[in-house]
Design a protein around this ligand. Structure first.
Ligand code: UD1
Ligand code: UDP
Length: 358
């Protein structure tokens, strides 16, 4: 039984980690890294910390325009998938690596499973929305993290092959939190105390490639005044330099951190300010209030439960949420029970068994 996992960007390593360990020794897993992310602290550090097997292939596509990056992935993936001829292909989330993997599998008539299917922002200006919609419509198996994702697929007429498994990122968090608490030294290193700082991440093209929006967010940060730790994505670093925008003194910019350090920064923060998808969920799971610096979110459960607010990039809205938004509500278990990866592995292995018996 040969299963290919196609991954390439930071959140995909975290998503694939638990699935990889769930079917360990039950199949022949081949990991193809597209090379979309390549800096040590956006790629290799996750393989090390999360004990993901070394990729069997790295396409090393690197950065580029959407067309160039995706095209290079398509060419590389087609060659390798033809050679490997897997029983199943898995893609994760909504990056260009997801899109390329889904397209190549479909054109080669290889069955493909999409993990984190059914998410929608209903904003087609987001490159990720295009990647998700196409991947969902091409996949034979769709593993949804939430019941809302299942409903979103239904609205588009997708009802077969859909499984509500729970969220694999919740699996990772539950699995690694204790280890992070034992091993991470980041709070000590940065001299941080429980709830005496906030945490910021920013990397969405819609925010950081737009000078006005990026400047607007920096203005809000200046007005907040409290200490804000900012593990800075290379895209954001590049755009701050290009737009010649500085960060206020209360913002401590650091390099992107490893997963265990990130969990500790999140768990102990007073507030998380972010445009990341994964970090909105992690803040919710850890019971930390989240201010989402976007116009909409796919993770509507966190809003409905009252632990996340979507405020866009306006300084007034950001500062007002920072000062006044203090949720105390219950947090229902909307992202599953931490056993999503096991369910995914079981369904895929059963499908392979069934096809062999035909
Ligand atoms: C990508 C995904 C996004 C995901 C994010 C996770 C797409 C369209 N976007 O965005 O959905 O949320 O990953 O972090 O697939 N760079 C480096 N080193 C690296 C990687 C990138 O310096 O290892 C810089 C380059 O200047 C590059 C820029 O970051 O041009 C953007 O990288 P890219 O992979 O195109 O998109 P992300 O913003 O990382
Ligand atoms: N993350 C990390 N170090 C960082 C920033 C993020 O380990 O410096 C983790 C974070 O905890 C989450 C995932 O990366 O698990 C989110 O990835 P990202 O924000 O890049 O992408 P998105 O989820 O928005 O697609």
């Amino acid at each position: 039984m040969k299963i290919v996992q196609i991954i390439g960007a930071r959140p995909q390593f975290i998503k694939a980690a638990m699935v990889s360990s769930a079917w360990k020794s039950k199949c022949d897993e081949i990991i193809i890294h597209t090379g979309q992310h390549y800096d040590y602290n956006l790629s290799k550090s996750f393989f090390n910390e999360l004990e993901i097997p070394e990729p069997d292939v790295n396409l090393n596509v690197g950065s580029g325009s959407h067309a160039k990056q995706t095209a290079n992935m398509l060419v590389g993936l087609e060659k390798h998938l033809q050679n490997i001829s897997p029983d199943w292909v898995l893609v994760y989330g909504d990056t260009n690596s997801t899109l390329a993997g889904s397209l190549v599998a479909a054109k080669l008539s290889l069955p493909c499973a999409h993990v984190e299917a059914g998410l929608r922002s209903y904003n087609r200006k987001m490159p990720e929305e295009i990647n998700r919609v196409v991947s969902d419509h091409l996949a034979s198996l769709l593993f949804c993290p939430t019941s809302n994702a299942v409903e979103n697929l239904k609205k588009e007429g997708i009802t077969t092959g859909v499984h509500n498994t729970g969220d694999v990122m919740a699996d990772s968090l539950f699995h690694f939190l204790e280890l992070a608490q034992q091993k991470s030294r980041i709070l000590k290193k940065l001299n941080l105390k429980l709830r005496e700082y906030s945490l910021l991440t920013l990397h969405r093209a819609g925010n950081v490639d737009d000078r006005e929006k990026l400047e607007s967010i920096t203005l809000a940060l200046r007005q907040i005044r409290d200490k804000i730790i900012f593990p800075i994505h290379p895209r954001t670093q590049k755009m701050l330099q290009q737009f010649q925008l500085g960060l206020p003194r209360n913002v401590v910019a650091i390099s992107p951190v490893g997963y265990l350090d990130m969990l500790m920064l999140e768990e102990n923060a007073d507030c998380v300010l972010t445009d990341s998808g994964g970090i909105q969920k992690e803040a919710y799971l850890l019971g930390v209030r989240c201010i989402t610096l976007r116009e909409e979110t796919e993770w509507v459960e966190t809003i409905d439960a009252g632990w996340n607010v979507v405020v866009g990039a306006s300084p007034k809205a950001i500062v007002s949420a920072y000062n006044d938004f203090r949720p105390t509500n219950d947090r229902p278990q909307v992202f599953g029970d931490g056993r999503a990866a096991g369910r995914i592995a079981r369904v895929v292995l059963e499908q392979i068994d069934c096809r062999r018996k035909l």
